[in-house]
Ligand binder design. Structure first.
Ligand code: ADP
Ligand code: ZN
Length: 219
């Protein structure tokens, strides 16, 4: 099964992708995670994208397309994958379809559009804490860690992402709103978009997704 998760920052795409990854045994490919990893390792590329990410703007299409092309060339994607945070522009979507023409897993099956209200996403992003070591997500109020600032899973340090600061959140949402319609249109033409109410809890959203996969005969 080949999935694309689409939706505003904070809609819970990463959270669902992680659960789906365990349940369906499909690799979770998050361009945000890949980029943050390059920044952490201070590669030449990482240094180039650091400022862009901190401002909440998008990394140029040709750079991100190259990253995805390399990632999809890895053998663990042969039986399918979950794309989280890519594509984010129509040009990226076109590039993805082109890559998949020659890919063993074939074309995209479904595009899950996580629809969430502004109030909910701002609340989720501004309280989000991420593990520096394993990338697990927590929330100051909704999903607090057992020990203050310590990851429940690996004991790593929890931190607030630079782009989860209030000013940047606003810009990320603006960038998202400016870029989303052409993408939705693109996938609507292919009849692949399925809208999901992402304001519900993570467990509820997961149930909705499982039912959808069954209804679509993907499971
Ligand atoms: P979120 O979806 O919560 O905003 P991500 O972790 O997916 O966060 O992405 C963080 C940042 O990484 C984005 O704001 C952007 O700068 C960059 N980025 C991630 N994916 C892409 C992409 N497909 N195209 C361009 N930039 C991207
Ligand atoms: Zn951790």
């Amino acid at each position: 099964m080949n999935l694309v998760l689409l939706g505003p920052p904070g809609a819970g795409k990463g959270t669902q992708a992680k659960v789906l990854n365990e349940g369906l045994r499909l690799p979770h490919i998050s361009t945000g995670d890949i980029l943050r990893d390059s920044v952490k390792k201070q590669t030449k590329f990482g240094l180039e994208v650091k400022k862009i990410m901190e401002s909440g703007a998008l990394v140029p299409d040709d750079l991100i397309n190259k990253i995805i092309e390399e990632r999809l060339a890895q053998p663990d994607t042969e039986n399918g994958f979950i794309l989280d945070g890519f594509p984010r522009t129509k040009q990226q979507a076109i590039k993805l379809d082109e890559i998949l023409k020659k890919h063993p897993a074939g074309a995209i099956d479904l595009v899950l559009y996580f629809d969430s209200t502004l109030k909910v996403i701002i609340e989720r992003l501004s309280g989000r804490l991420v593990c520096r070591n394993c990338g697990a997500n927590f929330h100051i109020k909704n999903v607090p860690p057992k020990k203050d600032r310590i990851c429940d899973f690996c004991g790593g340090e929890l931190y607030q992402r630079q782009d989860d600061k209030e000013e940047t959140i606003k810009n990320r949402i603006k960038v998202y709103e400016e870029s989303i319609s052409p993408l939705i249109e693109y996938y609507e033409k292919q009849n692949k978009i399925r809208k999901i109410n992402a304001d519900f809890s993570a467990q509820e959203v997961y149930k909705v997704l499982m039912k959808l996969f069954k209804d679509e005969h993907l499971l």
